[in-house]
Design a protein around this ligand. Structure first.
Ligand SMILES: C[S@@+](CC[C@H](N)C(=O)[O-])C[C@H]1O[C@@H](n2cnc3c(N)ncnc32)[C@H](O)[C@@H]1O
Length: 276
């Protein structure tokens, strides 16, 4: 057990410039899946869409283009550094239809019945009370409003082959760190029950998994995080210093080996709608 603590506006992965750049690279790789999901869910120009846990706003920028000047994006996040980056980014892109709200989702004063859709990606895994956040989303949605999430269904499905025991220990350290701060690395597979408890109508479910070899674009998605994470986890007491070093050597070896295989942790897209 660790007595690790975070700053109030921080979250386990961090919020600095390196993390902002990493989230940009991550969105570039996952953008295609986000756009496909928004099409499946029926997002359209003119809508008001809330992005919960928007981070520095890479998805919010695309949502703002999708809903167009007649629509609106409400980007909510607890990290002021991310929201500053979002505002600067929106200005640089000439997007005037994004509003930012700085709040922990646990304390958010959810507006009532203003959203045609709410989007969440890689956020609900980090919140201590996802059912409470969903209740807030229910309040924010208009009747008939759409909820769409792309969240981890099971972090243990992440594989790098040929595998070594230190990889398993690293994955467990990641999961433990999220759970220590009240998160749930398997949140996506719990969403259908939570959504049904709110009386939402279930839409399509779409698993999203990639397989990649070293040198391919997708391979670079988790590697930026895998390079930073061991030190952060060791600092917070979730991983031994020796394991952090062994993990770095493992990752380096797999990167140099052209037959290595990466299978990304399963993301599950869920779509639901609030009854009219
Ligand atoms: C992995 S990032 C994902 C950012 C963005 N959704 C994306 O897909 O690029 C997780 C985000 O959730 C935010 N977050 C985590 N817990 C939160 C909470 N309790 N309240 C508000 N935001 C939270 C973090 O600040 C961070 O911006």
């Amino acid at each position: 057990m660790t007595d690790a603590q975070l700053e109030d506006d921080d979250y386990i992965i961090g919020t600095d410039a390196v993390e902002i750049a990493r989230l940009g690279q991550q969105h570039a790789i996952w953008r295609e899946s986000a756009l496909a999901g928004w099409r499946r869910a029926g997002l359209r120009p003119g809508m008001t869409v809330m992005d919960v846990g928007a981070g520095p706003g890479y998805a919010a920028f695309d949502l703002a283009r999708l809903v167009g000047p007649q629509g609106r994006v409400i980007a909510v996040d607890q990290a002021p550094g991310f929201l500053e980056a979002l505002q600067t980014g929106a200005e640089a892109r000439g997007l005037a239809n994004i509003e930012t709200v700085e709040s922990d989702l646990a304390d958010f004063d959810w507006p009532e019945g203003v959203c045609d859709a709410v989007w969440s990606r890689w956020c609900l895994s980090f919140v201590p009370n996802a059912a409470g956040v969903l209740a807030g989303i229910d309040r924010a949605l208009k009747p008939g409003g759409i909820f769409i999430a792309q969240e981890y269904a099971d972090y243990r499905t992440f594989r790098i082959e040929p595998c070594e025991p230190v990889f398993e220990r690293f994955i467990e350290a990641v999961r433990e760190s999220w759970m220590h701060f009240g998160g749930d690395p398997e949140i996506a597979r719990r969403l259908p029950v939570m959504m049904s408890n709110l009386g939402w109508q279930a839409g399509p479910m779409t698993p999203i998994v990639h397989a990649a070899r070293p040198g391919e674009w997708v391979w670079t998605w988790p590697t930026a995080w895998l390079e930073q994470a061991p030190d952060r986890l060791a600092e917070l007491g979730f991983l031994d210093r020796d394991d952090a070093e062994a993990f770095r050597l493992f990752l380096h070896a797999r990167q140099q080996d052209p037959v290595s295989l990466m299978v990304t942790p399963m993301v599950l897209e869920v779509v639901a709608s609030k009854p009219r």
